[in-house]
Write a protein that binds this ligand. Structure first.
Ligand SMILES: Cc1cc2nc3c(=O)[nH]c(=O)nc-3n(C[C@H](O)[C@H](O)[C@H](O)COP(=O)(O)OP(=O)(O)OC[C@H]3O[C@@H](n4cnc5c(N)ncnc54)[C@H](O)[C@@H]3O)c2cc1C
Length: 497
């Protein structure tokens, strides 16, 4: 989040009775979390605030879309969040949703990768680009003996080995210089694509996975850093210092929609306006207010405005007020994400499905980039005797950017791939394809410079903030944090100097 700034000086509360007006644009998870935090802070601090949450579509949740159909629980968008980043978990707890939280099935905590048409287990303890456990990695057929030797060079390579220049670098460049091409093509590329719907050549290491850069800085070798971290976590657990209570991936019993509907139900009465697309935001010039203009021409003045939108949706709203800011936002690349959820009778799937899913390297030349075994991963996703698979493609992998996105064709591509990968020839008993055009931010090399540029421009508009997945993290926890931070920054402006 990049938030409104409060002035310096001695702070006193806004004089009693002064009503503030805050408008949040976009009722995805970032906008909902923002409006909820704002309402909570206003109540706690007894500051009268009129909150409006303006959403262009007819529903809240944005890309979070849970559907119950024929006993299946289908997540059309995201299906879980990570517990390592605490903001989603914390929000669930504050909302009283802790009893609804579920982790992954403890019996099958592994995933597969496709290699030359064969479904192979990813070596236990492998973390995106490097092993945190040596024995399973050395025994795995996923990487050839030569590839393993090249990967092990990380143990002796100096810091920054093979690096050109001191600036940002792509994820692919980092993996190549520390671990070699086979590690990139066979494991890092499909694992990263499954998270970001983007290729590692396109992604900034600093903006997406800075922890690997820190590992190189602190420990020189990434493998050594991972081994040390694992040893430390094991020792902490044995001594009872940190009981790992949550699995890495968490969701809610009835789907992520529960989080959305709970937040919606707690909004102040009348705050939510559906079917209210915003067309522009502009400062009024003299009184420090901002004016939000809806597509129907309504003009709404506000002290504070949060744009909780994907960057390409936020850019045109700011074009008149600040073309440079609009250009910077528009320059953040976004990709199309596609999920194809398929329900089958268990007996129709020859594969044992003894894991959470499979990632598919681009070298396999498939339309799918991954497939979760959803009903194995989380309980309650499919009726007895059936399974739910959730195939994942990018607009590019499925040849479906923009107008070419035909759900029927994409479902056929997914079924064709699953026939080759898992041997499924039967027709599904349930099928849902969800296409999310330009929904997933792809932080390119130099992304953090773009973020700094955006922050500089935003400093010209006190009261204006951005939240959502465009700047500081694409996952649900990051988006929640961005919305909550925007709300907290607004609350800091409830003081006058
Ligand atoms: C298919 C898919 C799978 C994913 N899987 C995961 C996962 O498993 N775990 C995870 O952590 N993350 C996942 N992500 C990422 C994460 O879900 C998103 O980054 C996050 O939910 C985005 O939330 P948001 O509120 O920022 O934006 P959005 O959800 O895009 O919400 C923005 C809202 O703004 C509205 N809007 C747009 N323009 C206007 C306008 N002019 N005026 C008013 N309203 C407007 C839209 O209608 C929408 O409701 C996934 C994303 C996708 C697409």
């Amino acid at each position: 989040m990049t938030g409104p700034r409060s002035g310096g000086g001695t702070a006193t509360l806004v004089p009693p009775g002064t009503r503030r007006r805050a408008i949040v644009v976009g009722a995805g998870i970032a906008g909902l979390a923002c409006a909820h935090r704002l309402a909570t802070l206003a109540r706690e601090r007894r500051v009268p605030v009129d909150i409006a949450l303006l959403e262009s579509s007819s529903r809240t949740g944005g890309v979070i879309a849970t559907e119950r159909a024929d006993g299946f629980l289908v997540e059309g968008g995201p299906d879980c969040f990570i517990s390592e980043k605490p903001w989603a978990l914390d929000l669930c707890r504050r909302l009283g949703l802790e009893p609804e939280l579920i982790g992954t099935n403890p019996d099958c905590r592994r995933a597969f990768v496709l290699r030359r048409g064969r479904v192979l287990p990813i070596p236990e303890g492998f973390q995106l680009m490097a092993p945190a456990r040596l024995t399973p990695f050395l025994a795995s057929p996923v990487i050839s003996p030569l590839g393993k030797l090249r990967l092990a060079c990380d143990l002796v390579l100096p810091r920054g080995a093979g690096r050109r220049g001191g600036g940002d670098e792509s994820l692919a460049s980092f993996v190549l210089r520390r671990f070699g091409r086979e590690a990139l093509e066979g494991l890092a590329q499909p694992l990263v694509a499954g998270i970001y719907t983007a290729e590692p050549e396109q992604l900034s290491l600093r903006a997406t996975m800075p922890r690997f850069l820190e590992m190189e800085r602190e420990h020189r070798s990434i493998i050594l850093a991972l081994l040390r971290a694992r040893r430390k976590a094991g020792a902490a657990q044995r001594s009872g210092v940190s009981g790992a209570r949550y699995s890495l991936f968490m969701t809610l019993r009835d789907g992520l929609q529960t989080l959305v509907s709970t937040l919606e139900s707690l909004l102040p009465p009348g705050a939510l306006r559906l079917g209210a697309p915003v067309a522009s935001i502009a400062p009024t010039g003299t009184d420090g207010l901002l004016v939000v203009t809806t597509a129907s021409g309504e003009r709404l003045p506000a002290d504070d405005v949060v744009l909780a939108l994907p960057a390409p949706a936020a850019a045109p709203l700011l074009r008149d007020a600040d073309p440079r800011l609009a250009d910077l936002l528009a320059s953040i690349p976004y990709g199309t994400s596609i999920t194809v959820s398929l329900g089958y009778r268990r007996a129709d799937i020859p594969h044992p499905l003894d894991g959470f899913g499979i990632v598919i390297p681009r070298s396999e030349k498939r339309a799918l980039i991954a497939c979760s075994f959803s009903s194995v991963k989380f309980a309650g996703r499919a009726p007895a005797g059936t399974v739910l698979l959730r195939a994942f493609a990018s607009g590019r992998s499925a040849g479906a950017e923009g107008a070419a996105a035909d759900p029927g064709r994409i479902e056929a591509l997914a079924r064709e791939d699953l026939k080759h990968i898992l041997g499924i020839t039967a027709a599904p008993i349930l099928a849902r394809t969800c296409i999310w055009p330009r929904a997933m931010a792809q932080y390119g090399v130099g992304h953090l410079d773009v973020v700094s540029g955006i922050e500089e421009r935003l400093a010209l508009f006190p009261g204006l903030a951005l939240a959502g997945n465009g700047l500081n993290g694409v996952g649900i926890p990051d988006c929640i944090r961005s919305g909550e931070r925007a709300a907290e920054a607004i609350a800091r402006r409830w003081v006058v100097s």
